[in-house]
Ligand binder design. Structure first.
Ligand SMILES: Nc1ncnc2c1ncn2[C@@H]1O[C@H](COP(=O)(O)OP(=O)(O)OP(=O)(O)O)[C@@H](O)[C@H]1O
Ligand SMILES: [Mg+2]
Length: 226
């Protein structure tokens, strides 16, 4: 089990109970995510893409199989160790942004740093820098409802970056945006990969994203089919 891989899934399976029916959202899935790569995951609705992203992000545990983070078995890590990896090393970007509505753009971005124990002033400074870099210098005190979809997604990207993660896990990051705004978001993500070396795992239906990836995984019925 080399540590060349950031994440490695071995025979991963995930079962959900839907009332009385069991659903295997993932079956016997094997995957290695290399440091610095840009991986796209495609497949029809219900294929298990979001489930896989949740497991890779340590947001949920597999029913069967193993997940390794930098060569270490995630199951053998303590809960605080897992929380630490989730907070420091992994950034999440979702289709519907998941910003806290009562907080300003700046406060939303600061939050993961504050949770990670960073001092308020330092968190604020870094959040401001990130928002400025993403063209939101004039939107710091706006709440999510006062921002466009593209602006909200840029806030979410800044929030994902505040703790300087190694990997960004993105679930349909442009799924709720018009194509021009979507292209802006894609170019931001691409630059984070190419210039800053962030590992990117993106679930997307959008051809513009998928064609930029180093590798494309196609999923169906909980498995990687190609
Ligand atoms: N919390 C849950 N409880 C029960 N079943 C679930 C749960 N989450 C997902 N599923 C089921 O697991 C399967 C995979 O779902 P998942 O959300 O991973 O698909 P997806 O590939 O992301 O689809 P989409 O493209 O529509 O987002 C689906 O059949 C779904 O209904
Ligand atoms: Mg999904």
């Amino acid at each position: 089990m080399g540590i060349a891989y950031l994440l490695e899934a071995v025979n991963l399976a995930k079962r959900y109970w839907n009332g009385k029916m069991e659903i295997w959202a993932l079956k016997d899935l094997n995957l290695k995510v290399k440091r610095g790569e840009f991986l796209a995951i495609v497949g029809p609705s219900g294929a298990g893409k979001s489930t896989l992203l949740h497991l890779l992000g340590l947001l949920d545990s597999p029913t069967e199989g193993e997940l390794f983070w930098k060569g270490e078995r995630v199951e053998s890590l303590s809960l605080p160790q897992r929380a630490h990896i989730r907070n420091r090393a992994i950034g999440f970007i979702f289709q519907f942004y998941h910003l806290l509505p009562e907080f300003s753009a700046l406060e939303n971005v600061m939050l993961p740093a504050r949770i990670g124990g960073e001092k308020k002033e330092e968190s604020r400074k870094r959040a401001e820098e990130l928002l400025k870099e993403l063209g939101l210098g004039q939107r710091l005190t706006h709440r999510p409802a006062e921002l466009s979809g593209g602006e909200q997604q840029r806030v979410a990207i800044a929030r994902a970056l505040i703790n300087n993660p190694e990997v960004l896990l993105c679930d349909e990051p442009t799924g709720n945006l018009d194509s021009r705004t979507g292209r802006e978001i894609i170019s931001i993500l691409k630059k984070l990969n190419r210039v800053e070396g962030k590992t990117l795992v993106i679930v997307s239906h959008q051809e513009e994203i998928v064609k930029e990836a180093d590798r494309i995984l196609q999923m169906r019925d909980g498995r990687i089919v190609r």
